[in-house]
Design a protein around this ligand. Structure first.
Ligand code: PHE
Length: 339
């Protein structure tokens, strides 16, 4: 009996385990109610009386050292898991932080892509302009209110240096340097001296289009705008053109689309009219062609211009224009999945 106890004690001293499950299996093997040590305690009854004292003491020591050993093994597996293997495969993954495109960029890119599919190329020009490119060449009479200090930002008190109020200035630059056929769209930022509110800002973005060739007609304009409206707002979108006035186009029109929220039924968004305005357009005024050195007897053309913020609002119902320039990530992150 004494040798069995000593052997078992040595055996337990040398035990190793690398996981909690293994430690538990060893505990059951040695220390459970039917385990090896319990069996020795059962056999204790048959130990002759004169040996009981010595054997009993050894048995108690065996049990105690086995318990200590199990505790030690358990502690070792727990801490070694933390020490040697730093990867915790059960942890939830860290989210990968992806930047998002600005909603204005998303919508501008979409507009550009729609027109590039029908042959328009992109043209860009400076934001700091002169009077001739922004107004003079575009048939604005000298007394036109759009030249007024209240609308236009002038620089260094020099009325010939100003921030462009529309990207039509890029069209002028193209027309005065290129002969037709011309088919361009001009995306860009423009500036107007407006009081900042939820519906107006001192800068915003436009995309303007220009097509000049022989025999360009209003029907061509209408067709390209219908194509754009369907691509941008869906196949069922309808358009309507209302007569309007711009100094640089004649005739001029404003275009509405059937309200994309109620489908034309009438709702609060379209003020119960079923229509929402999205852009201005018209046939390029012969005066503009001539001012840019294009023979208006040979060539004709159309132009249109739209505000990117306006289109973005229609697509995403952003109620406050100022959100576009505040760069609040909670706002921007909502566009992660857009387009
Ligand atoms: N330039 C005009 C504006 O800023 C838009 C426009 C462009 C209208 C071309 C007609 C033709 O409002």
């Amino acid at each position: 009996m004494i040798t069995t106890i000593q052997q078992l004690k040595a055996e337990i001293e040398n035990l190793t385990a690398s996981t909690n499950e293994q430690v538990e299996a060893l505990r059951i093997k040695y220390l459970s109610k039917k385990g090896e040590i319990a069996q020795l305690f059962n056999a204790f009854r048959d130990v002759p009386n004169d040996q009981k004292r010595e054997v009993g003491q050894l048995l108690n020591e065996l049990k105690e050292s086995a318990q200590n050993k199990m505790e030690a093994l358990k502690a070792a597996t727990n801490s070694s898991a933390g020490q040697t293997d730093t990867t915790d495969l059960s942890r939830t993954g860290d989210p990968v932080l992806l930047g998002t495109r600005h909603p204005i960029s998303i919508v501008r890119n979409k507009i550009v892509s729609i027109f590039s599919h029908v042959g328009f190329t992109i043209a860009e020009g400076p934001e700091i302009e002169d009077d001739w490119h922004v107004f003079g060449s575009l048939n604005f009479p000298p007394e036109h209110p759009a030249r007024d200090m209240q609308d236009t930002f002038f620089i260094e008190k020099n009325p010939d240096v100003l921030l462009r109020t529309h990207t039509s200035s890029v069209q002028t630059r193209i027309m005065s340097t290129t002969q037709p056929p011309i088919r361009v769209i001009c995306p860009g930022r423009v500036y107007r001296n407006e009081a900042i509110s939820y519906r107006a800002h001192c800068f915003f973005h436009q995309v303007e289009g220009l097509y000049i060739d022989k025999n360009v007609s209003f029907a061509d304009l209408k067709q390209v705008l219908l194509y754009f409206a369907k691509e941008m707002f869906g196949e069922n979108t309808k358009i309507r053109l209302r007569p309007s006035y711009f100094p640089f186009t004649e005739p001029s029109a404003e275009m509405d689309i059937s309200c994309n929220l109620c489908g034309g039924e009438g709702c609060a968004f379209c003020k119960h009219t079923g229509w929402v305005e999205i852009l201005g357009c018209g046939m390029v005024d012969p005066n503009v062609l001539e001012a840019c050195g294009i023979d208006s007897k040979v060539y004709s053309g159309y132009a249109f211009g739209m505000g990117v913020e306006r289109i973005t609002n229609l697509k995403y119902q952003v109620k406050d224009l100022r959100m576009f320039s505040e760069n609040d990530v909670r706002f921007l992150q909502q566009f992660e999945a857009a387009f």
